[in-house]
Design a binder for this molecule. Structure first.
Ligand code: BTN
Length: 263
C-alpha cells in the first residue's frame, strides 16, 4: 500500500531523535510500519501525509485527509521494562503540549486528558498510541504514534468527530506541519533526556500538572459499565482514580468524558 518514501532533514539538535526523518506520501499506518520494519535505528521518525489504515486506541480507526494532520511515529528500542509503557504516553503528551504551547496564543487553552489526549479549548486535537514488542525483560521495540490535527476545517469535525478539533479549526490560524513537528520532536527529545537522567517521576508530575480535569466530575466508560464520580488522581501505575462517593475505583483502560458539574 505504501508509496516510496523520501527523507526530510529537520533543524534539530537532539540526543535521541534522528533529525533526518522518513516521509511517506501514503502508508497504511506509521505505527504498523515501525512495529514491523526491521532496519531502522532507534530515534527514527516516520511521517505520513496520508494513512489508509491509521489506528487509535482500542483498535479504532484514525482518519485524516491528506496533508492536513501530523501523522507520525517514533521508534525506540531496547528499553528496560522497569519504566512502564504509560510513562511513554505521558512523555509524548508532555512533549506535544510543550511543543505546541509557544505556537498557540495564550487565549486558547491547551490541556492533557487521561490517558492519551491533548485538548485545545476542551476539544481533542491530538491522540497518542504507544505500542511495543517485548523480548525477555526489555521492550525490544517501542513505537510512539502521534496524530495531531493541524489544518482540517471545522466542517471535518461532525458526527462522531464532534469532540475533536484541529489547531486551525479552533484558532483560525493555519500552521506549517513541519515547523510544528520540529517543535514537538525537540520537546519529546528533552523529555527523553529528562527520563534518562532524572527518572520517570518528573514526567509523571509534568503530565499531572497539565491535566486540568483532575478534581472534576467525569463519566468513565470501561466498555462494560458507565461510572460517574470525581477524577481524584492518577494512581502510581498510571490509572485513573475515580471517587464514586461510595468507593474509589482505578481504571487502566477506559473512555472519559469530563463534566462541567455532577449530573
Ligand atoms: C488515539 O487517540 O486513539 C490514538 C491515535 C493515534 C493516531 C496516530 S496517527 C500516527 C500513528 N499511526 C497510527 O496508525 N496511529 C498513530
Amino acid at each position: 500500500m505504501e508509496q516510496d518514501s523520501d527523507r526530510i532533514s529537520l533543524k534539530l539538535k537532539t540526543r535521541f531523535i534522528k533529525p533526518k526523518i522518513v516521509r511517506f506520501p501514503i502508508i497504511d499506518s506509521t505505527n504498523s510500519y515501525l512495529m514491523n520494519a526491521h532496519s531502522y535505528k532507534p530515534g527514527t521518525v516516520v511521517l505520513a501525509d496520508y494513512q489508509t489504515a491509521g489506528r487509535g486506541r482500542f483498535g479504532r480507526s484514525w482518519v485524516s485527509p491528506p496533508e492536513e494532520a501530523l501523522l507520525f511515529s517514533i521508534l525506540l528500542t531496547d528499553l528496560k521494562q522497569e519504566i512502564p509503557l504509560y510513562i511513554y504516553t505521558f512523555l509524548a503528551a508532555v512533549g506535544v503540549y510543550d511543543g505546541l504551547k509557544p505556537l498557540i496564543s495564550g487565549k486558547f487553552k491547551l490541556s492533557l486528558k487521561w490517558p492519551n489526549d491533548i485538548l485545545l479549548n476542551n476539544k481533542k486535537v491530538c491522540g497518542i498510541l504507544v505500542q511495543s514488542k517485548t523480548s525477555g525483560s526489555v521492550f525490544s521495540r517501542l513505537v510512539i504514534g502521534i496524530g495531531l490535527n493541524i489544518n482540517q476545517p471545522e466542517e471535518f469535525f461532525k458526527g462522531e468527530l464532534q469532540h475533536a478539533a484541529s489547531l486551525y479549526s479552533k484558532t483560525g490560524k493555519r500552521f506549517d506541519r513541519i515547523l510544528v513537528l520540529t517543535n514537538i520532536l525537540r520537546n519529546i527529545d528533552q523529555q527523553l533526556t529528562i527520563l534518562r537522567e532524572k527518572g520517570e517521576k518528573i514526567i509523571f508530575n509534568k503530565w499531572k500538572n497539565a491535566c486540568d480535569s483532575i478534581g472534576r466530575p467525569v463519566v468513565v466508560d470501561d466498555g462494560e459499565r458507565i461510572h460517574k464520580g470525581i477524577f481524584e488522581d492518577i494512581s502510581e501505575n498510571g490509572g485513573l482514580v475515580l471517587n464514586t462517593g461510595a468507593k474509589k475505583v482505578i481504571f487502566h483502560a477506559a473512555d472519559v468524558t469530563i463534566l462541567k458539574r455532577i449530573q
